[in-house]
Design a protein around this ligand. Sequence first.
Ligand code: FAD
Length: 390
Amino acid sequence: MPNWSNWSGKLKARPQSLYHLRSEEDAQAIVSMAANKKQCIRVAGATHSHAPLVVNDDLIIDPQALSGIVSTDKKAQTATVWAGTRIYALGKPLQDAGLALFNQGDIDQQAIAGATATGTHGTGTTLKNLSSTVIGTRFVLANGEIVNCSASNNADLWEASRLHLGAFGIVTQLTLQLRPAYRLKENASVAPLEKILGELDHNTLNNRHYEFFWHPQSDEASTKAINETDEPPQYPLAEEGSRCAWNHEVLPNYRPHKHTEMEYSLPSSEGPACMRAIQRLLTTKFRDVRWPVEYRTMAADDVWLSTGYQRQTVTISVHQDVRVDEEPYYRACEEIFLAFGGRPHWGKVHYLGEQQLNSCHDKWQHWWQARDLVDPEGIFLNKFLKGLRP
Ligand SMILES: Cc1cc2nc3c(=O)[nH]c(=O)nc-3n(C[C@H](O)[C@H](O)[C@H](O)COP(=O)(O)OP(=O)(O)OC[C@H]3O[C@@H](n4cnc5c(N)ncnc54)[C@H](O)[C@@H]3O)c2cc1C
């Protein structure tokens, strides 16, 4: 049996088969075969999730070969892309077509279908997560059919599946809402955390992107402000913190150190108080934690299971070395996040069960009903997701 593990190496699986998908026809055939054998299918993106979304005993599918841009429409500012395309592979071709993603996360290694599956986001009070840019999806469903969905075609399926958790079928293509290509300039600084919190409203409102990393065991935090610019790109790209170049060159960072991560989204008004509560926890009970705490913002959206659903959001992330047992620290953080109305990131560590997730998400039941309609036998549900089914 093959070995599978996620990016951090913390999650492992020994599926009966690890299948490299080559085409949509191949996807249809593998789904029919799995359905006949009553096997469960999980599709992997770039395996960067810390939640056990892909872990599976039966079949793990790697659709890396479904990669590249299918078409772009400069007038409509959209592109249709193959689901396995890594975000880093979208940047330059989209720029050459005069287009760009509105925003992206801290790294660009994820597959686009993996990133949209979990509501991956960057920072910026006016910027929504990647799932909210999905205006069309092409699926191979559990019955082997290929179905396109969008706001005007199979709208119920599209609406539920913009944030899909890999639970609706195999995504083969996505159509994304984009914007004209743009350049960004980054400015980094270091300041005391209290000063940063005091200036937070001003800085989050007056920069397109603003975030900070507080370094426990010190009073200081590193900030990053990024804004649109007409200045020409500067190559070779400067160090992280002072780059000036195209959006896809400035936004992603290099994060080689293997870690786990818990992240919660909070109503934006609760962000500073929650940050202070996490700071107190680290300075009183978890003084040996060295990994930074990250603070970002995100615009409200209308995506059913999004952590930004109908509310302006602050996200706070805690990290720990992958070799360390993170659970006591993360459980203590989770208690604080929940007390501030937090919703867990779908791709990161959390310990919530079905009832708690139901109370975090207004559309929880609706999402499951829409999912069960296209996969009544649950062939796209692994043990982890079955455990969350209402
Ligand atoms: C170093 C690091 C930095 C990160 N930075 C950020 C960040 O800045 N912001 C943020 O929000 N998150 C961040 N994350 C989390 C990450 O973006 C999410 O976990 C994301 O879902 C990972 O994408 P992936 O391509 O690796 O997908 P995977 O983790 O492999 O899979 C995620 C989900 O997508 C499904 N899936 C993937 N492809 C398909 C397909 N073709 N069809 C059906 N289902 C599919 C899987 O089944 C699974 O449910 C980071 C993670 C790491 C490790």
